[in-house]
Structures are given as C-alpha cells and as structure tokens.
Design a protein around this ligand. Structure first.
Ligand SMILES: [Zn+2]
Length: 113
C-alpha cells in the first residue's frame, strides 16, 4: 500500500470527547500504526471493534499526538482503476471515483511517525 506524507489536520471537524475507558486500545492502535500503515477496516478487524470505533480512535490519536513529536499521516484514498486520489475527504472511504466512476477505491491508510 502506497503511503504519502500528508499530515492529517487535527480537529478538522472531527469528534471530540475523550473516553478514558478505551485508552488502552487506543495506545495499542497507536503502536500498530508506528509499525505499519493500516486502514480503518484493518484496525477494526485486528482489534475486533467496529469501523466507526476504529475511526474514532484514529481521530483521537491524531489529536493526542500533537503534544508529542509524532504525527498521524494519512495516505489518501486512491482509485484502483485510474489512480485518482484528489478526494476532498481524506478520512472516509469514498463510494466511487469522480473521474471514472469506479467503485473500486483503496481505503485511506494511517500511520504514526
Ligand atoms: Zn477512477
């Protein structure tokens, strides 16, 4: 999976409100993202949570990393058919490509470094 170095902007209209109960899972997810890029669906499968919960964790990780030297990078979603990657929303997987109308879209992948 190709990963480019776009920094995910913290607080870009995403959810707020820390849940202390999930802190351990979040730390484990952060460790995994230090090892390799993962899509939200990968995180969900590995940690046996829903994709929505996985996305929430990623959003919180992006914010919490602001106080460290690390950052959350996102590889934008990419069309498998034509390679289009200029999607407005870097986080949510688009349903189809605006260029070629393909529904075969590579999920955005996150990593921490
Ligand atoms: Zn396309």
């Amino acid at each position: 999976m190709r990963v480019s170095g776009r920094k995910l902007l913290a607080g870009s209209g995403l959810t707020a409100g820390m849940s202390e109960g999930s802190r351990t899972t979040r730390e484990r997810i952060t460790d995994r993202l230090r090892e390799q890029p993962l899509a939200v669906s990968d995180i969900a499968r590995e940690f046996e949570i829903t994709a929505a919960d996985g996305l929430t964790h990623v959003e919180h990780i992006a914010k919490s990393l602001d106080s460290t030297g690390e950052q959350l990078l996102v590889a934008p979603p990419t069309c498998r058919e034509c390679g289009f990657e200029e999607f407005d929303d870097l986080i949510n997987r688009p349903s189809r490509c605006p260029e070629c109308k393909s529904e075969s879209i590579e999920e955005p992948a996150f990593r921490v470094e």
